[in-house]
Design a protein around this ligand. Sequence first.
Ligand SMILES: *Cc1c(COP(=O)(O)O)cnc(C)c1O
Length: 409
Amino acid sequence: MTEEFLNSFMTGPDERGRFGDFGGRFVSETLMPLILELEKQYEHAKTDDSFWAEMNDLWTHYVGRPSPLYHADRLTAHLGGAKIYMKRDELNHTGAHKINNVLGQIILARRMGKTRIIAETGAGQHGVATATVCAKFGLKCVVYMGAHDVERQAPNVFRMKLLGAEVVSVTSGRGTLKDAMNDALRDWVTNVRDTFYCIGTVAGPHPYPAMVRDFQTIIGKEAREQMQAREGRLPDTIIAAIGGGSNAMGLFYPFLDDKSVNIIGVEAGGKGVNDKMEHCASLTGGRPGVLHGNRTYLLQDDDGQILEGYSISAGLDYPGIGPEHSWLHEIGRAKYVSVTDKEALAAFQLCCETEGIIPALEPSHALAHVIKIAPELPEDHIICMNMCGRGDKDIFTVARHLGFEMGGH
Ligand SMILES: *Cc1c(COP(=O)(O)O)cnc(C)c1O
């Protein structure tokens, strides 16, 4: 594929699951038949109207879609430049975009006759969304979570338990998200017959990055239509925060072929993108390697050891990034930047005060970049940012950073 001759950015991945040099399926022989079967089943479901009819029904009546496209007028006036819109995916059931994808995978699992769902989770948001949909369908749910995260994310662990899920505390490796994902992959190989592995972002071996993107694309499709209805045209800039990259891919994908639309992904810059790796900016501070079955940009040391990274936002600290983002970065269709914890915290506060919306710390990173660029842009420049999660889960972290004493914490 030579990029100059590419007439669409929406054709990937190829039959080997590659987006340019990224993606693919770097898996053991034992895992290969499982992902080939999944690919076959997904390819079939994807073209089946009854599959999408079931999705649409649940998106409407269970999740609460479509989510609004909101003109943030006070924030716009405060910054004095570009016109800012927010795609309100924080209003979904469970408070974030994760459920868009979980519903798709679990409907697929049911069609495949699977009765046991496994998932990995870092901050716990994907685990909660998976436990929620499993409870809704009466499916057994096992969530792998790094021991370190189990400790840090007690409220989400309890939520998952209330929803009937079993939470497995992973102590292998360093007991974080990366290790939880490895253990989930091992479980899958051992329990193939009844088990479906529900991955929470656009990572993993093919077909996961494409499948998760397809389910999240509802965000961008709605935003595109809503913007046409409100403004009679497309936005000039779209912006989203990136952990693994699923909410961003969901917003970006339907706009990839609209050359007039600037696309910006915002990574977690932590304490600053430096050699000490106190950040989670895989694209701006990492280099290509293989992790969890795909080739992509990763945080790694000189010997290729995967590094943990750091961010104030637990939902952004995945050491990799979806392979499609690596490709969009290399061909220059999307631009990737990073913002620091400090900038994200300031954006969090400004959003609370000007719009009456308490954002999650993840989209606060996207908003921090909006705050940087909006004042320099003309009033007729339209920005659409993805408000992909609400901030209730983050108030204790924010209180700590602002030096506010909260009883019991
Ligand atoms: C999980 C999560 C993220 C990061 O995941 P992506 O796959 O990059 O979207 C971002 N925001 C929120 C609110 C999340 O829950």
